[in-house]
Design a protein around this ligand. Structure first.
Ligand code: NAD
Ligand code: ZN
Length: 375
């Protein structure tokens, strides 16, 4: 991750130069029940003129519902409802960008994403591509974006992924599922209103919440751990235990999970995720399994790597009477198992974080396939 270099400076003074990453954070965040009602005021000073619209990308769950009616559109703003049934793709991003460019002569004032990780990532990517040429697939990777994105606002409506704070927008592309990781991906403004998460169905609440719990377990047990990540990871880990094992009121649980998601996202900014995420990428690529559910399906079988985390996870499942789907992989061919294992193994930084630099001595295709076979 970091490498110390001693460089020769002018005047022959020797100074040590490090190469730590210099991360952007979300510069503005509003938190509180009902604060969505302040969105109009937040957007007003960012409106370039009446012809430069705000584009609201909204989870289609809210179409025709109260939240849909409360979106503070003005002038020629556009609201686009989008299904979160499938995770975002590069093709979807490109289509939206083309549509917005065709619909308006002026560059929009900004993009507002209202939804879960799926919509939040989509909105981040669209805001980047409206100001950068080419296809979104060209930017999947690390630090490939050259120009700032359009002003963008994230409004999470389900808690857990940490997509509201992270500097990545995960997209399924023609060749890979990979994030646009860049300094321009991070939101300019986030609106955290716990009133918005009340309608989340229990299964999604649990799976997406577990994404946060698993982020913490993987970060706190990783070799990349440092005090920065640990401080956020521990807080999120505690909050997850309160939410999923404690006796909180629904309101308290909503508020605490929203903050757990934030801290969990901050924790992995300066470290990495681990085994469950690597393997879940394989499931998602081959079977389209959603991120949160995929992590849970894998994590239940990772006692050897995360004994305490998996024990707590089992308690949480029992506590909320969640039954994970079974026999997800039972009809796969040997070639398909191999593909999943190869995709998982290609996530090198995740393995290095989980098992150390010599991770290849501890993990191989065969071991991974034996775990996939249990799912
Ligand atoms: P999601 O956005 O896919 O939503 C899950 C389901 O909940 C959907 O059916 C959605 O319609 C519904 N939903 C959302 N809010 C609701 C509400 N208030 N009421 C009723 N239903 C609601 O779920 P997610 O788990 O938040 O996001 C998963 C995505 O996040 C994946 O694409 C994953 O790759 C991505 N992700 C991104 C990051 C990041 O840092 N960028 C991190 C982790 C995961
Ligand atoms: Zn995750």
């Amino acid at each position: 991750m970091k490498e110390d270099k001693t460089i020769e400076m002018k005047g022959s003074k020797k100074r040590k130069k490090t190469s730590y990453k210099n991360f952007p954070l979300v510069p503005r965040v509003i938190y509180g029940r009902g604060c969505f009602s302040q969105l109009a005021d937040i957007l007003l000073p960012k409106r370039k003129n009446a012809d430069a619209p705000f584009i609201f990308l909204v989870d289609d769950f809210f179409e025709g519902r109260e939240l849909g009616q409360r979106i503070p559109w003005l002038f020629n703003d556009q609201i686009i409802y989008i299904s979160a049934d499938e995770e975002p793709t590069t093709c979807q991003v490109d289509t939206l960008v083309t549509k917005i460019k065709n619909d308006f002569e002026e560059q929009p004032s900004g993009i507002v994403g209202i939804g879960g990780g799926t919509i939040l990532d989509l909105a981040k990517a669209v805001s980047i591509l409206l100001n950068n040429p080419g296809s979104s697939a060209e930017y999947q990777g690390w630090d490939l974006v050259n120009r700032p994105s359009l002003y963008h606002v994230g409004v999470p409506t389900i808690s857990g992924t940490g997509a509201e704070v992270s500097r990545t927008a995960v997209l399924c592309g023609p060749e890979k599922k990979l994030g646009i990781n860049s300094d321009f991906t991070t939101y300019d403004q986030v609106v955290l209103d716990p009133d918005l998460v009340g309608s989340v169905p229990k299964d999604h609440w649990f799976y997406t919440g577990m994404d946060c719990f698993i982020h913490c377990v993987e970060s706190l047990n990783g070799t990349y751990l440092n005090a920065f990540s640990e401080s956020y990871g521990q807080k999120a880990y505690e909050l997850c235990q309160e939410v999923f094992l404690g006796n909180l009121s629904q309101k308290e649980a909503e508020e605490k999970l929203m903050m757990a998601s934030w801290h969990g996202g901050m924790s992995i900014a300066y470290s990495q995720v681990g085994v469950a995420h690597a393997m879940s990428y394989g499931l998602s690529f081959l079977l389209g399994t959603r991120h949160g559910l995929g992590n849970c399906l894998v994590f239940q079988h990772l006692k050897a790597f995360y004994p305490k985390g998996v024990a707590l996870f089992s308690e949480m499942l029992d506590n909320h009477q969640i039954e994970l789907p079974k026999n997800i992989c039972s009809s796969l061919t040997d070639a398909q198992y191999k593909t999943m294992a190869q995709i998982a193994l290609s996530m090198e930084p995740l393995w290095e974080n989980a098992l150390g630099k010599a991770w290849r001595n501890h993990m191989d295709e065969e071991k991974l396939i034996s775990i996939y076979k249990k799912i």
